[in-house]
Design a protein around this ligand. Structure first.
Ligand code: C2E
Ligand code: CA
Ligand code: CA
Length: 711
């Protein structure tokens, strides 16, 4: 007969058995193991239900954590073993249906909630116990006082039977009586307690008020006090207690004895320390985590005058590649090794290393001398990363980029400091990585505006914040206006008018350049049509529109252009697309195909900024180009008189080459009449520049064109 497959209830029981086996040895419960297991079963059921509930509720986990405390599972081990067990078996035994990823995520959240519920219940219990002890102290004070006067036997019973430590001393501090519980707390030996004086029990961690309260009590100025106090046990370990001391008066109300009640809180304190440790340290590397780092940084930033701070923000170069290619386990080992090395860099007092997450680390140095120290710290970090790290028999080279921020305390918030460090680190990364850079307020400000502009770009297009200025293209032979280049601007609500150099690179980076470029083309082609209507067909004005490299590779380029021209009723030969030389260097036929299609339709293609890209002149023959736009740097050489003879020779050479290839030559940046004259003599066809007009509104161009038609 084959065995019946386990039902859900069987699996739940098995989970509970494993759980109770793990936790039972570290509880202080008075139950037997089977009884204890019976107590865990409803908790396991609760977790299982929460795992499958339609609406996930992490509070179920908190309730289970709290229930553990109620079941006397208060030792630190009890929590960590419970979490281990839930982590390993909850999904395994109770997750038969449902997608594994979701179940795992839920299980993780339940574990977090359990830890939180556990910590809270423990804290609440501590508070409740302290309250109970104060109450007991008050009651005991009455009982003991009575007993002293009345029945010695009753007093003994209270004294010896108490679960908390009780001691009586006279007002000079001579210890007269202690009970068994108190002796056990101190390790059991009578001579270490009896015959000693209270005042000997000082401890390095005594809070300042501990002994002031004591003095007030023995002088009869206060009836009782309650403190948290440590004692040294004979074996050298610390005994932490909740201590309540009360004054006992005689029948005539004169102070006579002091009565101490103490509860051993050592274990609980250790657990609290451990919970605090876990909340402030990174589980993988053991380094302080973000929380602790921010605490320290805040402290450093709030230190008094004369104090400074220095911070190195490290991000590993190419860590993602290592993680993706060698797997997460290898990635983790690498991070652990890096953490160890970093830790060895920051060992002086006032220094710390923390892991902020992923492959990001920080090293902090504080004190008056950080201006020099932070440099050395960054050096040390770069140095410890040099030696390759061996993982799975492979030698991995690890490099990092560091952003360094240094400054006086009291000027910036922690968030500002970290943002500056982050920006600076990215600067180090984009300069090639494997280096450190120092923060620079101007670079920060630029980066922040850049970031702001990038995020505002898409909405700006929708809100119509862009506009176009037109700069005339003038025929050098007769000085007539032949057309204009469209130059886009952004009227930013805060920053005012921004030139294309401020936002075109951002738009290229984010891909917004495609819709923005389309918008520019649409507007300018429509403008060309308006000019034509007003100006007549005598000498039609043409429009030049700039194309970014990303637009060139965009599959919709040809179709979009055709649509725009058709919708506006404008002939293709009224449009010239300007493409920079650098975008076409080494271009293959695929990239050139759309341009070739456009050229075949009659659209002019101009090679913009010619002379800056070091392209092979012989290459010009391959390109579907009909105009060369000579870069401004050539015209600059002709500003003075006589012009730079080398520049003259170069321009002359380019012009004759261009003409032999049937290309027209336009020159940019003509600012003076002398330049214009010189360029005309050299044989250039068209010119553009401030000498003729700055970029401006479309009506201005219309006036200019009309003026030379009339003249
Ligand atoms: P570009 O195509 O080389 O445009 C010529 C730039 O030279 C313009 O700067 C123009 O204002 C400036 N300029 C004109 N005459 C003179 C002069 O006599 N002296 C001097 N010093 N400068 C002169 P702008 O408007 O700041 O444009 C900068 C660049 O932004 C343009 O360089 C172009 O590459 C890009 N750009 C402008 N509009 C667009 C657009 O709609 N799409 C794309 N993709 N890029 C654009
Ligand atoms: Ca241009
Ligand atoms: Ca140009």
């Amino acid at each position: 007969m084959s065995a019946e497959p386990d039902g859900p209830q069987d699996r739940l029981r098995r989970l509970t058995t494993i759980w109770s086996r793990a936790v039972f040895p570290v509880t202080s419960t008075s139950l037997t193991r089977p009884e204890f297991e019976a107590e865990l079963l409803p908790l396991a059921e609760r977790l299982s239900r929460a795992l499958h509930a339609r609406d996930f509720d992490a509070q179920e986990g908190e309730a289970v954590g709290a229930a553990l405390v109620a079941a006397h599972c208060t030792a630190p081990e009890a929590l960590s073993r419970s979490l281990d067990c839930v982590d390993a078996y909850l999904v395994l035994y109770c997750g038969e249906d449902g997608p594994l990823e979701d179940l795992r995520a839920r299980s993780a959240r339940l574990q977090h909630a359990m830890a939180a519920g556990f910590a809270r219940a423990l804290r609440e219990r501590t508070l409740a116990e302290q309250e109970a002890i104060s109450q007991a102290a008050l009651r005991a004070q009455g009982v003991v006082a009575q007993a002293l006067h009345a029945s010695e036997a009753r007093f003994r019973a209270v004294f010896e039977g108490a679960a908390i430590g009780i001691g009586i001393a006279d007002l000079d501090g001579n210890i007269l009586q202690v009970n068994g519980a108190l002796l056990r707390m101190f390790g059991g030996s009578e001579q270490s307690v009896r015959g000693r004086r209270v005042q000997e029990w000082t401890h390095a961690e005594d809070a300042p008020q501990v002994w002031r309260l004591y003095e007030e009590l023995v002088r009869g100025e206060r009836e009782h006090y309650h403190v948290e106090k440590a004692f040294s046990r004979p074996d050298g370990t610390a005994l932490w207690t909740n201590l309540t001391v009360s004054l006992l008066r005689d029948a005539d109300d004169r102070p006579q004895y002091q009565l101490a009640l103490m509860e051993d809180t050592t274990e609980r304190r250790l657990l609290n320390l451990r919970l605090r440790y876990e909340a402030t340290h990174d589980a993988l590397t053991g380094l302080p985590n973000r929380t602790l780092f921010f605490e320290r940084l805040e402290k450093a930033l709030n230190a008094g005058p004369g104090q400074r701070f220095g911070l190195c923000y490290l991000d590993l170069d190419g860590f993602k590649t290592i993680n993706d290619s060698l797997g997460h386990a290898a990635g983790d080992r690498l991070l652990v090794e890096v953490a160890d090395r970093l830790q060895s860099c920051a060992t002086a007092p006032g220094e710390m290393v923390a892991r902020l997450g992923g492959d990001e680390f920080v090293a902090l140095t504080t004190g008056p001398g950080t201006e020099r120290e932070v440099d050395e710290l960054a050096h040390r970090i770069m140095n410890v990363l040099v030696a390759p790290i061996r993982i799975d028999g492979r030698e991995l080279t690890v490099r990092g980029s560091i952003g360094v921020v240094e400054g006086p305390a009291g000027e910036r918030s922690a968030a500002e400091v970290l943002r500056s460090a982050d920006i600076t680190m990215y600067r180090a990364k984009s300069a090639g990585g494997n280096r450190y850079e120092l923060a620079d307020p101007e670079a920060d400000a630029r980066a922040i505006t850049r970031h702001g502009l990038t995020t505002a770009l898409p909405a700006a297009l929708d809100r119509g914040e862009f506009f176009i200025e037109y700069q005339p293209l003038v025929h050098l032979g007769d000085g007539s206006v032949r057309g204009a280049e469209a130059l886009v601007r952004w009227l930013h609500p805060q920053h005012g008018i921004l030139g294309p150099d401020r936002f075109i690179p951002l738009a290229e980076h984010t891909g917004l350049i495609v819709p923005l470029g389309r918008w520019v083309m649409e507007q300018s082609v429509r403008q060309a049509r308006t000019w034509r209507e007003r100006h007549g067909d005598g000498c039609p004005l043409r429009i030049n529109v700039n194309l970014s490299p990303c637009q060139l590779t965009h599959p919709g380029l040809v179709q979009d252009t055709v649509d725009i021209l058709e919708r506006a009723g404008v002939q293709p030969d009224a449009l010239c697309l300007e493409v920079t030389e650098s975008a076409l260097i080494g271009a293959d036929d695929d990239l050139l195909k759309p341009l070739r299609r456009l050229a075949e339709m009659g659209v002019d293609i101009a090679l913009d900024d010619f002379g800056t890209g070091y392209s092979n002149l012989a290459n010009l023959r391959r390109l579907p180009v009909s105009v060369l736009k000579l870069d401004r740097s050539f015209t600059r050489g002709m500003q003075q008189f006589p012009a730079d003879p080398v520049d003259l020779k170069i321009v002359e050479g380019i012009v004759s080459l261009a003409h032999s290839l049937d290309l027209a030559v336009t020159v940019e940046g003509v600012e003076t009449g002398a330049q214009a004259e010189q360029l005309r003599i050299l044989g250039c066809d068209t010119a553009q520049g401030w000498y003729y007009a700055r970029p401006g509104p479309p009506e201005r161009l219309h006036e200019l064109a009309l003026a030379d038609a009339a003249g």
